[in-house]
Design a protein around this ligand. Structure first.
Ligand SMILES: *[C@@H]1O[C@H](CO)[C@@H](O)[C@H](O)[C@H]1NC(C)=O
Ligand SMILES: *[C@@H]1O[C@H](CO)[C@@H](O)[C@H](O)[C@H]1NC(C)=O
Length: 276
């Protein structure tokens, strides 16, 4: 049973301490009590293998005594309103997937994810976040996917995404962003591996086309902007027409561009909609 929770104490039983029966018995009892402590499934959650699900339990706080071996923790469909620094009373070093979607989270403490430094997938979709403070995701250098769609984010503070050096996919759709978050690609806030950025269904009116053109093609091709009230002028149109940047828009609404070609004399206000 011990290998479930590898601890130095347990490992050494087969090694150096072989033969010392009293010590062995003592260590074994330590080992078992430790295992029972860490392996217990915190009510009202369900545990299977290294997965803990506390989804849909009307939880307003994260259950205490989460087992240290958990690799995937599902807290979705509850009524959590905040994630404070001490939401977990121990470090969850093996946790790679944390699902917090469909709660009512409006507050993320700076360094809130300090207990979970090895997260690769963090789902905060469908909550009530309205702005992301600096250091919100501090320490998540291994995070690859961050889901934030369906919040009320109107602003991402400088530094909010700082340090997310492995982040490849960022879902910001269905929020209230009014400006294109160019800092995701520039300077200190840059996410060097970001290849997918969903900004669909926000309130972005201007796209910094020139800046985006300087990005690598693998970055340009992954920007999704459908469902924004983009204001497109002729320069905008001409610049992107032959590029891949907003090729997604073409996929989405090809007819608008035909109109624009014939009517490219003045500013045109378009409300791009998803058309299948
Ligand atoms: C959820 O919990 C609150 C108290 O925290 C309680 O008033 C409410 O009835 C619960 N709802 C359900 C559906 O159990
Ligand atoms: C951001 O910081 C401000 C002030 O420190 C705080 O009032 C606010 O709740 C924080 N936002 C979030 C989403 O945690």
């Amino acid at each position: 049973m011990c290998p479930v929770v590898p601890q130095p104490l347990c490992v050494s039983i087969d090694g150096h301490l072989h033969g010392f029966r009293v010590t062995l018995a003592f260590l074994l009892s330590m080992c078992l009590s430790r295992m029972m402590f860490t392996a217990a499934c915190p009510p009202p959650c369900l545990c299977a293998s290294d997965i803990v699900s506390c989804s849909g339990r009307n939880l307003s706080t994260v259950p205490p005594d989460l087992p240290g071996y958990v690799t995937r923790l599902d807290l979705s469909h509850n009524v959590l309103t905040a994630l404070l620094l001490d939401w977990s009373d121990r470090r969850l070093d093996r946790l790679t997937v944390l699902v917090l979607s469909r709660n009512a989270i409006i507050h993320l403490a700076p360094d809130a994810f300090a207990p979970t430094p090895h997260l690769r997938h963090l789902d905060l979709s469908s909550n009530g976040l309205s702005w992301l403070n600096a250091s919100a995701f501090h320490g998540l250098g291994e995070l690859e996917v961050l889901l934030l769609f369906g919040n009320r984010i109107c602003q991402t503070m400088a530094g909010a995404f700082e340090g997310l050096s492995s982040l490849e996919r960022l879902y910001l759709g269905g929020n209230r962003l009014t400006a294109f978050p160019l800092e995701l690609y520039q300077r200190n806030g840059a996410l060097p591996r970001l290849r997918f950025l969903d900004l669909s269904t926000n309130m972005v009116r201007q796209v910094p086309v020139q800046s985006l053109l300087s990005l690598a093609t693998w970055q340009q091709g992954g920007i999704y902007l459908q469902g924004n009230p983009l204001v497109c002028d002729c320069a905008f149109f001409n610049t992107i027409y032959f590029t891949t940047v907003i090729r997604l828009l073409f996929n989405v609404i090809p007819t608008v561009w035909t109109d624009m070609e014939t009517d490219c004399q003045s500013f045109i206000h378009m409300n791009l909609q998803i058309k299948k």
